[in-house]
Design a protein around this ligand. Structure first.
Ligand SMILES: [Cu+2]
Length: 164
């Protein structure tokens, strides 16, 4: 993994006309990550976490994949006409020197096509691809949602909404 990152950075430095990311490895941390527990029959799970961008440059997440899931997507939830909806994002931009939250009702990672729904206590390895080609991954523990309005949100986010 380490080697492939270095190779990517070198390749970027040589071939990119605008090597703005090539000078240093992306200084990004993923904190407080968790995957929301779901019934074994669920079709999707959502992952939440905090991204700390410790650099003076924008970080752009362009893709995400998770072990044990056929497909994963960057999503944004929003309230529209009193209904919670969510949309796939082609990218998520983390401004320089910012703490950016993926949280219920907002940005999240949608884990689709589970081999089997991840149970509380298990870890899901989630890996992000950045615009500069770098990959950053995190182990995200599965936890039950303790928020007050979990019923509303978990049901709406995961059962009533179509994913395409
Ligand atoms: Cu979603």
């Amino acid at each position: 993994m380490q080697k492939s990152i270095i190779t990517t950075l070198i390749a970027t430095a040589i071939f990119s006309a605008t090597p703005s990311f090539a000078a240093e490895q992306t200084n990004m941390m993923i904190m407080d990550a968790w995957v929301r527990a779901a019934p074994p029959s669920a079709k999707v799970q959502a992952a939440f976490f905090t991204v700390m961008n410790h650099s003076n440059q924008t970080i752009v997440l362009t893709d995400v994949e998770a072990q044990g899931f056929g497909r994963s997507e960057l999503h944004l939830s929003a309230k529209k006409d009193g209904m919670m909806t969510m949309q796939k994002q082609q990218k998520v931009t983390i401004p320089a020197n910012t703490i950016f939250q993926f949280k219920p009702g907002s940005y999240h990672v949608m884990l689709l096509e589970p081999n089997k729904i991840a149970a509380p206590g298990e870890l899901v390895n989630v890996s992000f691809t950045l615009l500069n080609g770098e990959k950053i991954s995190a182990q995200m523990p599965v936890k039950r949602d303790n928020s007050k309005n979990k019923m509303d949100h978990s049901e709406m986010d995961h059962s009533d909404i179509e994913h395409n």
